[in-house]
Structure formats: structure tokens, C-alpha cells
Design a protein around this ligand. Structure first.
Ligand SMILES: Cc1ncc(COP(=O)(O)O)c(C=O)c1O
Length: 378
């Protein structure tokens, strides 16, 4: 068999998690919380399982959950979206795959800003598209607007952005948002996927500049989200795509044959759970405490912290400590010091080493403090 994605091997998340388990390390590599979900959400799931809501859900999602999502989008961003523009998917991963598949044809170019989440490029390639990688710029990983403008040509079909951004923890600024709005106007055939799975995890009172606010949102924008990230349940693989109705129709045709529909009792539970706004508005406050605990825990260490404006990832530079490349450094820390992280070079298409490691602080404060003690000794 000829592989359609020959360069795609075992993901670094699997490799580091396995290595972490083998060496009894604290796993701050893979992005998943190690604390329990809200018992009320667990009770709702149990309730619906026992009540017999265990057969196929409607293909595009349970109407009650679509309505709950529309209400949340209204509440957070004052944007009215119809249920006809919301598709419930198996995690944001499926939403991304279906949205990419819907627009990308053979030979289409797709702009991807590196470092980038690892599912974008294979999804583009599997559809015969050509990912065009553009690195975020500078030590603060800002948006490379000039390079983006230069890269756009008649073959450019789609751009994928991610805010708050994994792995850098940066967020789109007001200026970036305005620049994006202008860019989308200048290129009326360009589609945009805005991966906003960390939409509720923004710090220090800053605004989440969402693609929902773009002037072209109703026609050429798809926003992808994840209940796994929002409600600390990554294993449930519950996500959704919000796109213009025309794009949504195509997304649903693909979703129909990828999964058909997703977990019924969990959709019921989430629909009920969304009825109280604090359940999503408090997420950022909770993670800010964990971020601050991590920052405090590594005070006095030789690692240098990069600013973290959103997500539950913290980048640390080890330039003052070692001249290893980041993969070697991540392995060394796991094997010799029992702390696992992710080297950020893996989020690039071109080999790039910026001597940075990504640590996930979606952990109990005791785990964070134990990790800090180790990092301070290095
Ligand atoms: C930026 C980004 N997009 C998408 C996803 C996938 O989300 P899900 O687990 O809901 O498929 C992740 C998961 O880590 C992510 O970090």
C-alpha cells in the first residue's frame, strides 16, 4: 500500500507519554487534565445512560445541544448563530477534518502557521491539498501578516489559525483581529478555519478575539471547539464546528460518513450542563490559578518562562541550561529527572529548534508543585 501521509509516524504525544510511564515521570507532556470533572456533569451523563438515551443521536447533533451552543455563542460573543450552522463532532479533531475536507480540492494551497497543532497538515494532504507553512514571528510568536499576504495566490483556498494558541500560549490581539478582517476582505475567495478549542481559557482579563466577529463569518469562516478542553473531559472526544450554512451542509455530508453521529447520553448531559453560564465562564479563572501556581513553583529555576496568555500550556526556554536540541532535552528530562514535556520543534513542518519545551499545567496543584521542585533543581 502506498501511504497517503508517508511522513506521519507515531505522534510525539504518544511517544512522550509512553516514555513518561516507563520512567515514572510526572507527565506534563500530553494536554489532558489530571483532575476530576464536575460531579454534576458526571451525574447528568449517568442519568441519561440509565434513562436509556443510548441509541444513535441525530446525525448533525442533538437539537438541545445545538441550541445550548448557540446560546453560549450569544452569551460570550453576542453573535446569533442558527442550529443549522452547528455540527456536533467527535472532538474538534473531526470538526477540523470535516471542515478541511469540505473546502480543500486537489492542488489547493492551505496556509498553516507554524508551530501548529499536528492534525491540520495530514488532513490537508489527505485531501490532495498543499500545506504552505508560514512560521509565527519573533520570540513572542506574533502573526506574520506580511508573509501571509505574500503567500496568498490564486491557488490559496484556506487558512487555518488557532487562538488561544497551542503550543505557544499566545492569543490573537485586537490589532491581529483587525488585520485578519482586512485580509479576509481583500481575498473574497479565501476560507478561514479558526481553531478555538481553548476559547474559555484566556488570562489576565484579556478578550478572546474570536473569528465569530469577522465580517465574513457567516459565509467563509468555520470555528472549531472542544468540550474535551472546556470541561476537562478530553477522553469523551466531544467537539463541534460552527460554520456558514453552505459550508455546514458540506461538513455534514462528510461527518455523515466519518462517524454519522456522536455519543447520545453525553450530548444530552452537555445540553443540560450548558444552561448555567458560570460553568464555562469560570474555566479561565480556574486555569489562571494553575498557571500562576506553575509560575510560582518554578521561581528561581534556570528555565526562562515565556508569557502565557491562554491555553493550559507554558513554554519554557532551557537556553541557559543546555545546548541539546529540544527532542534530546525532553528525553533527558524524562529519563534523568522524571518530568515529561513536549519539544516544540514537532509542531513545525521545517526542522526548527528554538530550545523551547511545552509543559501542560492542567494538573492538580500538588502535581504542579512536585513538577516545580524537579525543574528548580535542574
Ligand atoms: C489546538 C487544538 N486543536 C484541536 C485539538 C483537538 O481537540 P479534541 O481533543 O476535541 O479533538 C487540540 C487538542 O489538543 C488542540 O490543542
Amino acid at each position: 500500500m502506498v501511504s497517503k501521509i508517508p511522513n506521519s509516524g507515531t505522534s510525539i504525544f504518544t511517544i512522550m507519554s509512553q516514555m513518561s510511564a516507563e520512567h515514572g515521570a510526572i507527565n506534563l507532556a500530553q494536554g489532558f487534565p489530571d483532575f476530576e470533572l464536575d460531579p454534576q456533569l458526571l451525574d447528568l451523563v449517568a442519568h441519561y445512560v440509565k434513562k436509556g438515551a443510548n441509541q444513535y443521536a441525530p446525525m448533525a447533533g442533538l437539537p438541545a445541544l445545538q441550541k445550548g451552543i448557540a446560546a453560549m455563542v450569544m452569551d460570550c460573543y453576542e453573535r446569533p448563530v442558527t442550529t443549522a450552522s452547528i455540527t456536533i463532532t467527535s472532538g474538534a479533531t473531526e470538526a477540523l477534518y470535516a471542515a478541511i475536507t469540505a473546502v480543500v480540492n486537489l492542488g489547493d494551497e492551505v496556509l498553516v502557521l507554524d508551530p501548529s497543532y499536528d492534525s491540520y497538515r495530514p488532513a490537508i494532504q489527505l485531501n490532495g491539498g498543499i500545506p504552505i507553512s508560514i512560521p509565527l514571528e519573533g520570540t513572542d510568536f506574533h502573526m506574520p501578516w506580511e508573509a501571509i499576504r505574500k503567500a496568498i495566490n490564486s491557488k490559496t483556498k484556506l487558512m487555518v489559525i488557532n487562538t488561544p494558541h497551542n503550543p505557544t500560549g499566545t492569543t490573537l490581539s485586537k490589532n491581529d483581529f483587525e488585520e485578519l478582517n482586512r485580509l479576509m476582505k481583500e481575498h473574497p475567495n479565501l476560507y478561514l478555519i479558526s481553531d478555538e478549542v481553548y476559547e474559555h481559557i484566556v488570562y489576565d482579563g484579556n478578550t478572546h478575539w474570536t473569528a465569530h466577529w469577522l465580517d465574513c463569518a457567516a459565509k467563509r469562516v468555520c470555528v472549531t471547539n472542544s468540550f474535551g478542553k472546556t470541561f476537562h473531559a478530553t477522553g469523551w472526544k466531544m467537539g463541534y464546528a460552527i460554520a456558514g450554512e453552505h459550508w455546514t451542509n458540506e461538513i455534514r455530508k462528510i461527518h455523515q460518513f466519518l462517524t454519522f453521529s456522536v455519543n447520545t447520553p453525553i450530548q444530552h448531559a452537555l445540553a443540560d450542563y450548558l444552561s448555567e453560564a458560570e460553568r464555562y465562564t469560570n474555566i479561565g479563572k480556574d486555569y489562571q490559578l494553575r498557571r500562576d501556581a506553575f509560575v510560582k513553583a518554578i521561581e528561581g529555576s534556570r528555565f526562562t518562562l515565556l508569557p502565557c496568555q491562554g491555553t493550559y500550556f507554558q513554554l519554557l526556554s532551557y537556553k541557559k541550561i543546555a545546548d541539546k536540541n529540544d527532542k534530546e532535552m525532553a528525553e533527558w528530562l524524562t529519563v534523568e529527572h522524571q518530568i515529561a514535556s513536549i519539544p516544540i520543534s514537532v509542531f513545525y513542518d521545517e526542522p526548527t529548534d528554538v530550545s523551547l519545551l511545552r509543559f501542560c499545567f492542567a494538573k492538580n496543584v500538588t502535581t504542579i508543585q512536585d513538577a516545580g521542585k524537579i525543574l528548580c533543581k535542574i
